[in-house]
Write a protein that binds this ligand. Structure first.
Ligand code: UDP
Length: 535
């Protein structure tokens, strides 16, 4: 049975003795509960209490030792979604001596990563909130290797995408409901709790309307390495040809009503083969295989668009939005496509013709129905032509509009697409650009000469950054900032050479602060070197 933990691999009595003698040990990273991941020896879980347990002994360690601040609001976020109050982690405390009166613990020998999946029913959430964060949390801690055990504590069942979670390690992931099968008390020999948020790029609108995260820390490179690793695990190889278009179709909600017409128009316009895929009709690996060779992906807004992370560099993503939904306000896929180094060309189209939309007021509220609302509110929603900014997750006007079906107006669709493709950089240009940044310029120096009481000259010179002599760089420039001490403005100069004599606006008997940095290919900025000089 896959759930069986090989008790043979650890000596039970040694483990029990260690737990009794040493108790639980915890060391964490992170200053705040939102950026914390904790590593534990002998963290236990009581399936009876549905609580994790920290056993205190003379040699237990709890770092950070927050006292009761551990509950303000929590020790850490168990999912990758920042500070969500249903996703907090904490533990109960007991003295190790209490073990004598408790059920015999079952020890988990595997190095374990304990986390909450955020919304395992939705493919976008599966990738953005779970798969990518788990993948890179495992990269962060080397003992979370292919043999690591994942434990999902959010309490959901496997869900439709469990096969994807299985790709992350060779061991079957455990669900919360399965933990009770191991007895009343289980103890994780070595575990990590929490997820890295380093790879997430989108916030879902719990405290402010949804949008890109304020400080995105991931680039296309890390997304693509993850995609490649996942494809290897799926035994999927990239499709060879790349001159076809993929239409990702939805079969139950938010439909494109004239999909056949749309496909014909695409084929004719681009003289390319057009293939459709849908989650209802193909296996996920076969969809990935098709997408990984496509020149363009066209789809209605929706979770299936997360598959654009499997597109080859240089491909285009065209996202369609139903009537009254502003593409600028719902940008998880735009943000993904626009990550530096992702090298995807993003285009959006929105239905502006009300007669081309099919609404579903009679459906349940979570599929956008509005008949449960007061008549006046229904009237207001029906009259509105633009969903105003709103918070997640139950705004009825938003749900009503986003679950409309759309008859795509072909002329306007092609117009937007052709216009958008005009600004698409060529594949050559988007070829993996170098991301090597210049080092600091070396030996920056100032020399001055006072001409008379009103005029002076300031000569600044420096040596090339150390790493430049090993690089082939298309264009090397230097930026010099000159600031008169006490002023809060500075004069910036861009120079091609390694020295320059400034005479304009240079006053004698004045202190100048001078900074110099190197710039590769117009946008790769190096650090500033500072020089101070008294004239
Ligand atoms: N889904 C699908 N076909 C459909 C409607 C939904 O495959 O016709 C999938 C969708 O990709 C997502 C999940 O079902 O993984 C939930 O869809 P929902 O419309 O709730 O979310 P959204 O796509 O708006 O994120």
């Amino acid at each position: 049975q896959s759930q069986e933990l090989s008790q043979a691999r650890i000596d039970y009595h040694v483990a029990l003795q260690a737990l009794q003698d040493h108790g639980t040990r915890m060391v964490c990273t992170g200053k705040m509960h939102t950026d914390r991941i904790c590593r534990f020896d002998y963290l236990c879980y009581s399936s009876e209490a549905e609580e994790f347990v920290f056993f205190h002994s003379n040699s237990s360690v709890m770092l950070p030792n927050l006292g009761s601040r551990r509950f303000q609001p929590a020790l850490l976020d168990l999912s990758s979604v920042e500070d969500h109050n249903t996703q907090y982690f904490n533990f109960l405390e007991l003295p190790a001596a209490a073990l004598k009166f408790m059920p015999k613990p079952v020890f988990v020998p595997d190095v374990t990563l304990i986390l909450n999946r955020f919304n395992p029913d939705n493919l976008m959430h599966v990738f953005h909130d779970d798969l990518l964060p788990v993948f890179y949390t495992m990269k962060q801690y080397s003992d979370l290797d292919d043999e690591a055990r994942l434990v999902f504590m959010e309490g959901w069942s496997e869900g439709p995408h469990f096969d994807l979670y299985r790709l992350l390690s060779s061991k079957q992931p455990l669900l919360k409901e399965q933990l009770r099968n191991f007895g009343k008390l289980m103890c994780f020999t070595k575990s990590y709790v929490g997820l890295s948020k380093m790879t997430t790029w989108y916030q879902y609108g719990f405290v402010q309307p949804q949008g890109p995260k304020a400080n995105i820390l991931v680039s296309g490179n890390e997304i693509r390495q993850f995609a490649r690793a996942l494809m290897e695990k799926m035994n999927t190889t990239r499709a060879e040809e790349d001159d076809y278009i993929v239409v990702f179709s939805r079969s139950t909600t938010r439909l494109i009503l004239n999909e056949a017409e749309l496909i014909m128009a695409l084929a004719q316009e681009f003289q390319m083969r057009v293939v459709t895929v849908s989650l209802e009709e193909q296996s996920f690996p076969s969809i990935v295989q098709v997408i990984s060779g496509a020149a363009m992906l066209v789809s209605m807004h929706g979770a299936q668009l997360i598959t654009s992370l499997f597109l080859p560099r240089g491909a285009a993503v065209m996202e369609l939005f139903p009537f009254a939904v502003n593409p600028e306000q719902y940008t998880p896929y735009k943000t993904l496509a626009s990550l530096p180094g992702m090298d995807l060309h993003y285009i959006s189209w929105r239905n502006t013709k009300e007669e081309n939309t099919i609404t579903h007021p009679d459906r349940p509220w979570e599929q956008g129905g509005i008949v449960h609302l007061e008549k006046e509110e229904q009237q207001r929603i029906l009259a509105s032509k633009d969903v105003p900014r709103h918070l997640c997750c139950r705004n009825p006007e938003w749900l009503f509009r986003i679950y409309q079906d759309t008859l795509v107006d072909i002329p306007s669709f092609l117009e937007v697409l052709k216009e958008g493709m005009k600004t698409k950089p060529s594949l050559k240009k988007s070829k993996p650009a170098s991301t090597v940044h210049p080092g600091r310029v070396r030996e920056p120096q100032c020399q001055t000469s006072v001409q008379n009481t009103n005029e002076a000259k300031l000569t600044v010179s420096w040596q090339i950054p150390w790493n430049l002599k090993y690089l082939k760089v298309r264009e090397v420039k230097y930026e010099v900032w000159i600031q008169e001490q006490g002023e809060n403005t500075y004069m910036p100069y861009i120079l091609p050479q390694q020295n320059y004599t400034f005479s304009e606006n240079i006053k004698p008997f004045t202190t100048y602060l001078v900074w110099v940095r190197c710039i590769f290919n117009k946008n790769l900025l190096g650090p500033f070197s500072a020089v101070q000089h008294l004239l």
